[in-house]
Design a protein around this ligand. Structure first.
Ligand SMILES: [Fe+2]
Ligand SMILES: [Fe+2]
Length: 255
């Protein structure tokens, strides 16, 4: 599994884990993100149960697992958080932040609810360590009815979950978006099909356009640097969404 440091200063480090070569072809590729501040770690969208051993192994190179004290699930999908019970067995001190609306569904993955923190619709601030905090940002209906993103004002990184996801072919596995126009074809079908509300999309664009974003990091596909993140907002803002209502014949795999 590939890992790369995305940001580092004397207190804070962001790492992406992606492009697992041993992943079964039948499951979608996912990006996991680890934020380390001091001794403590926050794991964002830890992933599906099937990649748990690979993610554990990769993360162990950066932090002792018992030091992961915050887990975050942007929404309820299995590629986001079906590994949760395994993570809680590995990181017994962790608190798990999930949208409140999903907090009675996520325990169906078999986890201990005493560690769940239901996040209100308006989002909240989360202290990763005594010296660093991030904001949980509302992204409801993008694509889930309760959906959150994470903004780190120090690193200027926006974790955007399934927004900005791309389903990349085997020969287009760059970690960063290098050519936005070429990349857009790998995002198009997914966003049209899986993003159900143009009103929700417009509200999200208005919200995040006020953030200072150096990197926008999605849960699938490639990472957007500042210029490409701005282009993404323009591109996303012009899309016709909820394509199934328009009789679309696109092949739009889940993400
Ligand atoms: Fe996803
Ligand atoms: Fe999803």
């Amino acid at each position: 599994m590939l890992s790369e440091v995305l940001y580092e200063d004397k207190d804070v480090k962001w790492i992406v884990f992606a492009r697992d070569p041993d992943k079964a072809a039948s499951v979608i590729d996912t990006n996991e993100y680890l934020l380390i501040s001091g001794e403590q770690g926050m794991l964002l969208d830890p992933g599906g149960v099937e990649i748990f051993p690979e993610v554990v192994s990769a993360i162990s190179d950066y932090i002792p697992l018992e030091n992961i004290t915050t887990l975050f699930g942007s929404h309820q999908d299995p590629d986001i958080i079906s590994s949760l019970s395994l993570w809680l067995g590995t990181c017994p001190r962790a608190r798990v932040y999930v949208p409140w609306v999903w907090s009675s569904f996520i325990p169906h993955f078999g986890c201990d609810t005493s560690q769940l923190v239901p996040v209100p619709d308006e989002g909240m601030r989360v202290e990763v360590s005594p010296t660093h905090a991030v904001e949980l940002v509302p992204a409801h209906y993008l694509h889930s009815s309760g959906n959150l993103h994470v903004y780190d004002p120090k690193a200027k990184i926006l974790f955007s979950g399934d927004v900005g996801a791309a389903l990349l072919p085997p020969d287009k596995q760059d970690l960063y978006v290098e050519d936005f126009d070429a990349h857009a074809r790998y995002m198009d079908g997914f966003h049209r099909r899986w993003m159900p509300s143009e009103a929700a999309r417009d509200a999200w664009i208005e919200r995040v356009s006020h953030l200072d974003i150096e990197l926008m990091v999605p849960q699938h596909g490639a990472i957007f640097r500042r210029k490409e993140a701005k282009r993404f907002l323009d591109w996303f803002g012009g899309l016709r969404l909820a394509s199934a209502l328009q009789g679309s014949k696109r092949s739009d795999r889940a993400a």
